[in-house]
Design a protein around this ligand. Structure first.
Ligand SMILES: Nc1nc2c(c(=O)[nH]1)N[C@H]1C(S)=C(S)[C@@H](COP(=O)(O)OP(=O)(O)OC[C@H]3O[C@@H](n4cnc5c(=O)[nH]c(N)nc54)[C@H](O)[C@@H]3O)O[C@H]1N2
Ligand SMILES: Nc1nc2c(c(=O)[nH]1)N[C@H]1C(S)=C(S)[C@@H](COP(=O)(O)OP(=O)(O)OC[C@H]3O[C@@H](n4cnc5c(=O)[nH]c(N)nc54)[C@H](O)[C@@H]3O)O[C@H]1N2
Ligand code: SF4
Ligand SMILES: [Mo]
Length: 859
């Protein structure tokens, strides 16, 4: 193959313009003060024979997908990217093609706004200095020695004066060191899954997107697919939408229940039932009512009485568990036998906004004799008081019998498991690092952590343990961000900024001046995955990606483990206790332990063949082994994908064994069955002390749901915040990641989506600047007026970096969590998908489009 330079010459490009072009492709890095490989883009290197190599490059973000990305590296410079071409594409054995974010990855890694050196906030002093300046102070470049010494020194002081319960950290490598140093206060939240986290266990339902539904090839057997709160076209890039398209091509009809007619529904030509955010439980109670009153086993069989009888408890008075009041059964609640309120389609419609006839139509579409998938994204469970939502979903699935059979399924289809349920067919091994126990048991729920830092009190319920609530005093002096974008992505950022301005010390590891970093005293520059020796990515059950190093660490960047070990030394802690083996051995352990499913579809066997020569070359400990693929081939290809075809042994039917023989395959509930009446669930939630639920699924109005848009619900008089805002996960980003990439800013401007009628009423036109005001904060965005959002519902994309105008207190960045408040309910679920707001046209000053804002370059 002609080498790269020759190719360029063939294109009649002068060498000068090639160098210009490749530097531009590498995102216009400033050349000063940067001694990395990338910068060897000079005439000298170009005169020699250049080497070109496609290397598998990490796309490591929490984006709900996994795709193959490759970078063309010429003399250490990334000149191009491509995606999966390892085999021909087909619906059964699809390529893993990257989205535009992944294909823009080099814009991020080599961005001019990378943090290059350790930086200190100018007015920080031990004890904090002028803390109010956090987020607006100047930055001063310092050395690693200075930074680490100052941070460790301050930690020692805090420990001496306030004890280990004054440390608040996020759970990354430095947190391990803090555990060895006596412990720290952690945090927990339901983030992605919302109430699917805490509700599934007690009721016996499948907990995750991974094992909740049947696999993608079985889904092609469905006649109807009913989607609730799902948008894989945006939030599960790669193959899921393509998989759903195959289901459509095989003949299925799609129905969508959502306040927003999104691109997924458009792609699948779904029949849209607009329904308000945070009201799905009410809607499904209306469905249950229709099913009960219209079912007739002889003439109109809608309900699967067999399944209800064999596999559930608590549906009616006859199936209640011992000791429970028979009147508390689900059926009588739905019929209103004892409370006088039948949960009819009309009753549901008042809350959810779907027309009663459409609710009845939905119930009939769930007919037990049809092959139906009833599938949910997590979005509808990321709201307040939604603890009963997974419970009503399970109940509806059980009533209609769409559980445990080919072509029938009910549950979560989201994130990397979207469209494709079942256990992983190929996985990486463990890295071999020991876990380190944190001697401090304190852990603060995300909905409470910023108020807890400000008020000095919080409700301890364990870390995802749903313990009985216990009020505890707390006095946090240090916030350490060593993973996640917590300040940006957790509930109640307005309070979060205040909390960051209260403590003595804030430290962030960061690749850019992210929100965490911006409000810190010290920012420590981090390498990206492209600068590390390699690693694994998975999620999609059929694939395992092994990525490799693309470039040497840029500037003075280091990884989290290196920083943690350096701090450990300064704190008098032995770093080897947390990190006894180096990164190379960690990676090799994962390679050696990688497994792949055998042809029987059950047994797992070693994936990678390893020779003594491999072990010698890597300079690691290990034993030779025989697997499916050689290490060299795996590294070069960068992916192992299990080839699928209809009728293979790798299919999956969720809950099949339980349906077929519940006695031999009990669920892990008190009764061994799915519990429609579930005392354990009610006890779990009610003990925590945030709010109460009943043992059967009922609609509890969210603190900031539709009901809260009224001053007077009965009289239907609207209040000060008459709209519900939701936070769709947005194409420009993976949460907050990629928000600084100019290419992506240009492509997706991050508007606010407003329904046409609402816009008209408010005198807002497409392109106008809109002020959104909630009880917790104010943000500005540009209006995108659309019929795709139902009236009363506003869409503010999730994850945009806050950009606070300190004079007005208005965020010009459009950050969702400036609007969303810290509100604790039920199981402590973060309540994002309904926050009540007002909207108005804003004329004070025009809003600069995000792409025209300067990049955050601090050195
Ligand atoms: N209002 C609202 N808020 C939400 C949601 C919503 O819908 N609405 N969704 C929620 C959901 S589902 C989720 S999962 C969360 C996600 O919340 P986060 O996990 O906090 O979000 P990310 O933006 O992915 O944060 C990852 C951060 O890690 C940094 N990073 C990258 N590589 C490294 C590394 O090697 N080391 C370290 N230390 N950092 C690194 C990135 O730069 C980025 O800042 O957000 C939640 N927040
Ligand atoms: N591009 C991109 N993709 C991502 C992410 C990202 O940040 N960016 N984040 C990833 C992560 S970590 C997660 S957890 C997933 C989240 O994925 P999902 O949980 O599916 O969340 P969204 O994509 O925000 O919303 C999906 C749909 O739910 C609808 N919806 C919102 N509230 C309700 C409701 O109360 N009821 C009903 N019926 N519908 C509702 C929205 O209108 C939207 O159409 O996305 C992943 N994928
Ligand atoms: S969908 Fe996710 S993994 Fe795939 S290329 Fe895009 S950002 Fe990367
Ligand atoms: Mo998530």
């Amino acid at each position: 193959m002609t080498n790269f330079i020759n190719k360029i010459n063939d294109l009649n490009l002068s060498r000068r313009s090639f160098i210009k072009a490749s530097a531009a492709a590498a995102a216009a890095l400033p050349l000063t003060g940067c001694g990395n490989a990338l910068m060897k883009t000079n005439a000298e290197t170009m005169t020699s024979e250049s080497e070109e190599k496609w290397i598998t490059a990490a796309c490591w973000h929490n984006c709900g997908s996994r795709c193959l990305n490759k970078a063309l590296v010429v003399d250490g410079v990334v000149v191009r990217q491509k995606t999966d071409d390892t085999h021909p594409d087909s619906p059964d054995y699809p390529q893993l093609r990257a989205c535009l974010r992944g294909r823009s990855q080099r814009q991020q890694v080599f961005g001019a706004d990378r943090l290059k050196y350790p930086m200190k906030r100018k007015h920080w002093e031990p004890g904090g200095g002028d803390k109010s300046l956090r987020g607006k102070d100047e930055w001063v470049r310092i050395s690693w020695e200075e930074a680490l010494d100052a941070i460790a020194g301050e930690m020692k002081r805090i420990k001496e004066e306030n004890g280990n319960r004054a440390f608040f950290a996020d759970g990354g490598p430095v947190s391990k060191v803090l555990s060895l140093y006596g412990g720290y206060v952690g945090n927990w939240g339901t983030t992605s899954r919302g109430t699917w986290h805490g509700t599934n266990g007690p009721i016996g339902f499948t907990p995750s997107a991974v094992e909740g539904i049947n696999d993608r090839l079985d889904m092609r057997n469905c006649e109807t697919v009913i989607m609730f709160s799902m948008n894989p076209a945006w939030s599960a890039g790669g193959n899921p939408s393509y998989n759903f398209l195959q289901v459509k091509k095989a003949g299925a009809e799609f129905i969508a229940v959502d306040p927003y007619y999104n691109d997924t529904y458009a792609l699948l030509e779904a029949d849209w039932i607009p329904s308000r955010p945070s009201s799905d439980t009410a809607l499904l109670l209306g469905v249950a009512h229709t099913l009960i009153v219209e079912d007739n086993p002889a003439t109109n069989p809608l309900i699967d009485w067999e399944f209800l009888k064999n596999n559930t408890i608590g549906f009616d008075a006859d199936s209640m568990p011992e000791g429970a009041d028979p009147k508390e059964n689900f059926k009588d609640y739905v019929l209103g036998t004892y409370d006088g309120v039948p949960k009819t389609a009309e009753w549901a419609a008042e809350i959810c906004g779907a027309e009663p006839d459409r609710i009845r139509y939905l119930a009939r579409a769930m007919n037990k004799n049809k092959k139906v998938a009833i599938i949910f994204g997590w979005a509808s469970a990321r709201t307040q008081n939604a603890d009963s939502l997974p419970h009503i979903v399970m109940t509806i699935g059980a009533m209609t019998g769409h559980i445990g059979k080919s072509g029938h399924m009910c549950g979560v289809s989201c994130h990397t498991g979207s469209s494709n349920g079942g256990p992983s067919l190929v996985s990486a091994g463990k890295d071999g690092l020991p876990s380190v126990k944190n001697p401090v048991d304190d852990s603060i729920n995300h909905t409470e952590m910023w108020p807890a830092i400000l008020k000095g009190k919080y409700n301890f319920t364990g870390n995802m343990q749903w313990l009985k609530g216990e009020m505890r005093d707390i006095d946090i002096r240090m916030i350490y961000h060593d993973t996640s974008a917590r300040l940006q992505t957790a509930d109640g950022m307005t309070k979060g900024i205040e909390a960051h301005r209260k403590v003595d010390l804030v430290v962030s590891h960061a690749q850019f001046l992210t929100t965490n970093a911006k409000y810190s005293d010290f920012v420590l520059p981090l390498t990206t995955e492209w600068e590390k020796i390699g690693g694994f990515l998975t999620g999609n059950r059929e694939i395992l990606i092994m990525y490799s190093q693309i470039t040497e660490p840029l500037y003075e960047c280091h990884d989290d483990q290196w920083i943690a070990m350096e701090l450990a030394k300064r704190l008098g802690v032995d770093p080897a206790k947390a990190f006894p083996i180096d990164g190379r051995q960690q990676l090799f352990n994962q390679i050696m332990g990688a497994t792949v499913v055998a042809e029987d579809g059950k047994t797992m066997e070693p994936l990678v063949t390893i020779t003594q020569a491999d072990i010698d070359e890597w300079k690691v400990k290990g034993k030779p082994q025989t697997g499916r693929i050689t290490l060299k081939e795996f590294k070069e290809k960068g992916i192992y994908q299990v080839e699928r075809k209809p009728g293979d042994n790798y299919g999956f039917i969720a809950l099949k064994e339980f349906r077929d023989d519940p006695a031999a395959n009990p669920r892990k509930t008190d009764s061994g069955k799915l519990e429609i009446y579930c005392q354990a669930l009610a006890d779990r939630i009610n003990n925590m002390g945030y709010s109460k639920i009943r043992p059967i699924p009922t609609h509890t109005p969210p603190v900031e749901g539709y009901e809260a848009t009224f001053k007077d619900w009965k009289g239907k008089e609207k209040g000060d915040y008459p709209y519900q805002v939701i936070n769709p996960h947005y194409l420009r980003r993976s949460h907050s990641v990629f928000d600084n990439v100019q290419w992506l800013r240009e492509t997706w401007p991050n508007p606010v989506f407003i329904n046409v009628n609402d816009a008209k009423e408010k005198g807002i036109k497409d392109g106008d600047t809109v002020l959104l005001t909630s009880q917790h904060g104010k943000v500005l965005r540009t209006a995108l007026v659309t019929e795709r959002y139902m009236p009363g519902v506003v869409g503010l994309p999730h994850g945009s970096w806050v950009d606070m105008d300190e004079k007005t207190g208005i965020d010009t960045g459009g950050a969702d969590n400036i609007l969303c408040g810290p509100v604790s309910t039920g199981q402590g679920a973060s309540g994002w998908n309904s926050c009540v707001v007002d909207i108005e046209k804003y004329s004070d000053a025009p809003l600069t489009p995000d792409v025209q804002k300067p990049q955050r370059i601090i050195f």
